[in-house]
Structure formats: C-alpha cells, structure tokens
Design a protein around this ligand. Structure first.
Ligand code: 13P
Ligand code: SF4
Length: 433
C-alpha cells in the first residue's frame, strides 16, 4: 500500500477525497481534475481526456504491474527513456531513468540520448515542453492524457491575447530612453505550449520555480514591467524577494476589464500578476508553520514558492522541488524539517533520509490530483504498446507553435537557477539514476 492510501484511510473524508484509493481510470473519462487537491477547480472543456485503459491493466496487482513494466523496459532497452517528476508516486519513481524538477526535466528532454521515445511521468505541460525540446522524430508519451495541471489551465491563449491588447493600448509599444519596451510576457513553465509560443513571439521567456529570479532579472533588463502568468504566488514571491514593492504588483483578473486594476496602477506596475494559483500549495498556512514551530522548536521550515506570500515570508526558506531536496540532502546534522509541498515528495524524502525528522506542514494535505493520475497501470500499457510497435498517448505540439515556444524555452534554459548555500551541496537530485 502506498503512502497516499495510508493518508486517505487515516483521515476523515472531508480532508481528502477517499476516491484516491481507486484507480484513476474510475474517474479519468469524466470532466474535471479528479480526487486530490484540485478537485474543486474548474477544468476547461478542452482539457485532454484519457480513453479507457484495457481491463488487463486495471485488474493487475501492484506486483504484476511492476513485473510487466520491468519486462517491457528490458525489451525496449535504450529505445526508451523514462523521465519522472519529484511529485510522482513511488511506484512510478522506481522506473524513472531521470528524476527531477521541471527545469531539470526540460533540460533532460533536450539532452537525452537518441531514444525513440521519451515516456514522461509528470503532467501535460511538461510533456509538451519535452516535445518542443526533444530531437526530431522522438515521440513524447504521457502515460495518462488526463494528467493536466489546474494552475496551467487558469490562463489560456485567448485571455492572454486579450490582456496583451489592453496593455498595449495603455502603454503603447515605444521603448523608453534605456531601450526597455513597456511590458514583456513571462510565463511559468506550468502553462500550455501556445502560451510559451506567445512569449517567444513577443520577446518574452519561460521561467520555472528554480530560475524565476534569474528570469525576472533578464526581463527587467529588457522591459519596464512584466506580465507574469499564470501563478500569482510565484510571481509575487520572486518579485518581492528582488525588492519590488507589493503595491507595484497589481493583479490581472482575466474576467474583468483592465484585469480589475486601474490604469494608474497598471502604469505604475513592475509586475502584473495573473490571477492563477496552485490548489496544492494554496492549502499551506502561516498557522501550520506556527504550530510546527511550537511543537518542534528549531524546526527548519521550507516551502515551495507557489505557496501564498505570508507562508513564504513565515518559512525559513522557499525553493523549487529540487531546492527542497538538496536542502534536506545537504543537512549534515540530524534536523527536523517541516515541508510545504506535495505529499508524495515529502513522504519520499522522509523515507530516504531517516536521520532527519521530515513531515508535511499540512498533515492532511491532498496529493496533486493530476500528478497522481500517472498510475503504474498506464505506464505498463504505454510501454507494452511500444514493445508491440504501437505508440499511444503521444503528445505533439504543432510545428508553428513549437517553433515560437522553443525560442522562449531556450531563453529559459540559458537562465540558470541561482546557486544557493543549499544547492551548492551534493548533486543528489536530478542526477541520472
Ligand atoms: P518544480 O519546478 O519545483 O518541479 O515545480 C513544478 C510544479 O508543478 C510544482 O507544483
Ligand atoms: Fe499543477 Fe499544482 Fe499539481 Fe504542480 S502541484 S502540477 S502547479 S496542480
């Protein structure tokens, strides 16, 4: 039994949907994100759906699936590379050739050897990115097409084009005396490929949580202000750390004229924050941090920068999933860590580093609904189809979109994450396993 099932069984249903104990195929075919932290978010009608998984995979035991995946991988050899994000279930991580954060996985997709297929165990925007960066002819496969991201779905190309037109009408397009354009678009990696392409077309860039500061520096050299989408919290936390006052970060709500801000606020803005958020990280609170400090004097609190600003301010450190892992791996003395990120990763860190006491800030936090949809049944299916000479669940970004998205992604890959005291530690994460 995995840790999430344990969590579900030990907590009342109100805290986390009990349906998590079911296979994702029980809810993949219905609209929505399924049980987990984003259960209440509204999935757009265009969100990819997953067709029915053959019964032999739905009905196999964990041990049978593990054996089938291992056998398929042996049969395929170097024809396939499996990439996995840190939030994946342990049963998936066990089969990954490379495990990393979203920056590292984008980099890996570009540099993997000449495998015919990259099986991406993560979410849809990550697979799209891999397809844009992979070598020509390499197929990128997402084992479950319903593994989206509710935050990524909070910005769509029509809303961003509309916002851009309103901002251009307000600012014009003339650079200032220093040659900086009025506004530059920055999209978080957690966005659809057409939004990355939008950034490529408009002189903008993609960021991840690990290089957001480097990316904003890059953008401020070229522009008077930034339109940052879709995650308001990453944008706010990063800009605040760089000294941008909160009052110069108006919000853009795509359902309101001028995003719900005044023209004056937008003229004074340094960063315009899209009204998007992650339902996993939104659950963390300052109260949880206060309780952790009271119960564990000396606790080291580390959160992901997708958490709301008061939570990041109250924590000791904030950083990407790779930062969090390196912080734990680099601690030389037994330490108590309270971590504000997805439960699968926190549980894995706790098992991997028994010399430390590691717990999730929110003891009843739900997993990311969509990361959790990559089940071993789907992984076994896509691999066995490859063995049989069939490619299923390929994620393909159209050529014209990919060309513009690649421009913004290449800029992102050149904007390296800043070294920190903890990331300077042993290179234990993101390493080829
Ligand atoms: P990382 O870039 O830190 O891996 O984060 C990706 C993500 O989706 C976090 O919710
Ligand atoms: Fe998206 Fe949040 Fe899940 Fe990350 S944790 S993939 S931002 S829903």
């Amino acid at each position: 039994m995995n840790s999430v099932n344990l969590l579900v069984q030990s907590e009342p249903a109100a805290t986390c949907a009990p349906d998590l104990a079911q296979g994702p195929w029980d809810f993949d075919t219905v609209p929505g994100y399924g049980p987990g932290a984003s259960l209440g978010d509204v999935a757009p009608p265009s969100a990819p759906r997953q067709g029915a998984l053959p019964a032999e995979y739905r009905e196999s035991s964990d041990d049978e699936l593990r054996a089938r995946i291992t056998a398929a991988r042996e049969a395929l050899g170097s024809r396939v590379v499996v990439l996995g994000h840190f939030y994946q279930r342990d049963e998936i991580v066990a089969h990954a050739d490379f495990l990393g954060d979203s920056f590292q996985l984008a980099n890996a997709a570009q540099t993997v050897p000449d495998a015919e297929a990259i099986v991406f165990c993560g979410v849809h925007f990550m697979a799209e990115t891999a397809d844009v960066l992979a070598k020509p002819g390499q197929a990128v496969i997402l084992p479950n097409l319903a593994a989206g991201c509710s935050m990524a779905d909070m910005a769509d190309i029509d809303s961003v084009e509309d916002a851009w037109a309103q901002l251009e009408a307000l600012y014009g397009t003339e650079p200032d005396a220093d040659g900086r354009v009025p506004v530059i678009p920055v999209t978080y990696m957690n966005s659809a490929a057409d939004l990355k392409a939008f950034c490529g077309r408009h002189g903008g860039i993609v960021c991840t949580s690990s290089n957001a500061e480097t990316v904003l520096e890059w953008a401020f050299e070229r522009a008077q202000r930034v339109l940052f989408f879709p995650d308001q919290h990453l944008g706010r936390n990063t800009a605040k750390k760089m000294g941008v006052p909160i009052e110069r970060m108006p919000m853009w709500n795509p359902r309101k004229p001028l995003g719900g801000s005044t023209g004056d606020d937008l003229l004074d803005a340094r960063v315009i924050l899209w009204h998007g958020f992650c339902s996993v990280h939104k659950r963390f609170t300052v109260d949880q941090i206060d309780r952790a400090r009271a119960a564990h004097p000396g606790v080291r609190v580390i959160v992901h920068p997708e958490c709301p600003m008061p939570v990041v301010d109250a924590a000791d450190e904030a950083g990407s999933t790779d930062y969090i892992r390196k912080a734990v791996a680099g601690a030389t003395e037994p330490t108590t860590f309270a971590i504000g990120t997805e439960i699968n990763m926190v549980n894995r860190l706790a098992a991997e580093f028994p010399q430390h006491t590691i717990f999730c800030l929110d003891p009843v936090v739900c997993p990311c609904s969509t990361m959790y949809r990559i089940h071993p049944g789907y992984l076994a299916w896509v691999l066995e189809e490859l063995v049989a000479g069939r490619t299923v669940n390929q994620v393909t970004v159209p050529d014209d979109v990919a060309a513009d998205a690649r421009v913004a992604l290449e800029r992102m890959l050149a904007a390296r994450p800043k070294p920190t005291p903890t990331t300077a530690g042993p290179e234990t994460k993101g390493a080829v396993r």
